[in-house]
Design a protein around this ligand. Sequence first.
Ligand code: ATP
Ligand code: MG
Length: 692
Amino acid sequence: MAELTFLNEASVVHNLATRYSIDNIYTYSGLFLVAVNPYKNLPIYGLDTINAYKNKHRDEVAPHIYSITDQAFRNMLETYESQSILVTGESGAGKTENTKKVIQYLAAIASESNKTSQRNRPNGKGATFEQQILQANPILEAFGNAQTVRNNNSSRFGKFIRIEFNKSGQIAGASIYWYLLEKSRVIYQNSKERNYHIFYQLVRGASKDLREALILEPDVMSYSYLKNANKSIEGVDDKEEFKNLLASFKIMGLSSQEVNDILRIISAILHIGNIQLGSESTDQGRVLNIPQLERVAHLLGIHSDQFMKSLLKPRVKAGREWVTQSRSAEQVRHSLDSLAKSLYERIFSSIVNRINQTLERSSDNTSFIGVLDIAGFEIFQTNSFEQLCINYTNEKLQQFFNHHMFVLEQEEYTRENIEWKFIDFGHDLQPTIDLIEKSNPMGVFSCLDEECVMPRATDQSFTEKLNNLWSNKSTKFKPTRLNQGFLLTHYAAEVEYSTDGWLEKNKDPMNENVVALLVESSETLVRHLFSDEAESIGKEEVDLGRSQHRNRVKKGIFRTVAQRHKEQLAYLMAQLNATHPHFVRCIVPNDQKAPKQFDNMLVLDQLRCNGVLEGIRIARTGYPNRLFFSEFRLRYEVLVSNMPKGYIEGQKASELILKNLGLDENLYKVGLTKVFFKSGVLAELEERREAM
Ligand code: ATP
Ligand code: MG
């Protein structure tokens, strides 16, 4: 697409729409593979298709996610350089589906070259390593996906899956990193959405024994964390999905004890939601259903009296003294909800760690292909801290893309011996990135962190401080007129952020008295989930990948959500920087989740936000159209009349034609094998041809 002779926003959209109407959902646009969600099953993912793409160059076959994957695989084998495939797009655009296809393709072609490998022999439980890699996804989706307004199977976290290969292309291991799990969903969902799939699967699918062990009711209506939103998804049988989940766990090598321990936490979370509170007095809450609190205590392996005391009358340090505080019903509800969220995030993290343990690489002598499935740029009616985190991530990824494009273009010009300094548009994004992540001068994250440790600080004091720091100091920052918040200029658009609740979101506090109980729980898994709290004070944890939760506390200082995200992202960028990247942009074609409908405006908006148009714009600042000498001659020699007879060498001939065409010399460059044109020049030559 980026090489189209006639190119503007309308022609890009038109091209995608035309292809979409005949089920060509994949299109190349410069460095991007654009994928438009078909919202129906197409016969393009079978084994025959996989075989058709194997070892084929991208020009030989129709655009496809398999082609990108094959290219990455071959690049890796040829250069030993690790590769990455970055998949982004809006919710519902098809990121996760395409990510699955990448892994399916890699597992298929690698198991081919793997026939003789040790790793591929079925292990004790009869599963091959490729099967295990493929089973990671159903587990991640059960715990990390939920029905939303936009997508019945929406991923509420980002992930980077690394598959390790040895020098002969056999899979040697894999690991998963995750980012930004939406844990608020555990306690509250929009009425047209659902909680995480696992809750419904467990409640509906648990066997009698399991139900008894986990004190579970068979009806989702029994649970206050589930009953106010959607209960079912059309076409999805939660009971069946639960069976599949158990099968996946088994293939992944988890014992039934391990699985039951995980599910016990899930049940405990549901039960936490059902603890009812009333008021003893205005500032002293009271538990109305004590048996319910006892169930939770039982499931979590803690003493119920102590649990009650930590909730209602926690001991806190006031100066040098320990005093007992009263907690209002509202405050107790809040600490219960925080407990539920924290348990969920920790169990999620622990499941990922457990999967990683099974998939751990076997040797050091490997390269990897990493697939990133992460939410694209977001602009909602109200944009909060979560949107800032995701937009900041996308700003960095766009910078990475721009820089990569610069490097490749510059290499091509050098190879062709052309003098041309291509501009690195990655630098354009730096001011916005600095504004978010820098500590000196203090950016948004640092400013927020600082307010989080200030006594009596509020969202408002944070906002004022930020305004004082940045108003009139950066063209990318503006205070807002009406609401409490600020405006940031991102590469894709200007976004207004509302700072309501940011201090709380960033601190993510837990009732420390309850944590102290959990650290000593009689349940091994519960103890394990909170082990960081027990050991980490005064310790520094740098292993961000494997145990992402160990870094809650650093050198005795509270580790905030913003800090953690910034560090995880820096680690991701470092990994990406060591790879040869491939870029996939997924597009939602309409708001109805319907096939065959292509909404031009909706698509255009996405092309603006996801960098496809930006990519084209950047390409056009250089010499985006290029033709080999032979092609150029074949097409445009007819436009000039006085070419000498007889053999002329390609470069000479092209120069002669160009001179005779009377083109401004700034509009083209002659390389060693190709002629390079500024955008629009070929379009003009085409018009001249047509006029002949
Ligand atoms: P989110 O950000 O919410 O996780 P996503 O970009 O990961 O969204 P997917 O879950 O991959 O979106 O896709 C949403 C739905 O669209 C899928 O459940 C599936 O029904 C349909 N879909 C997406 N891609 C394809 C495809 N290539 N073929 C068939 N159906 C698809
Ligand atoms: Mg997804």
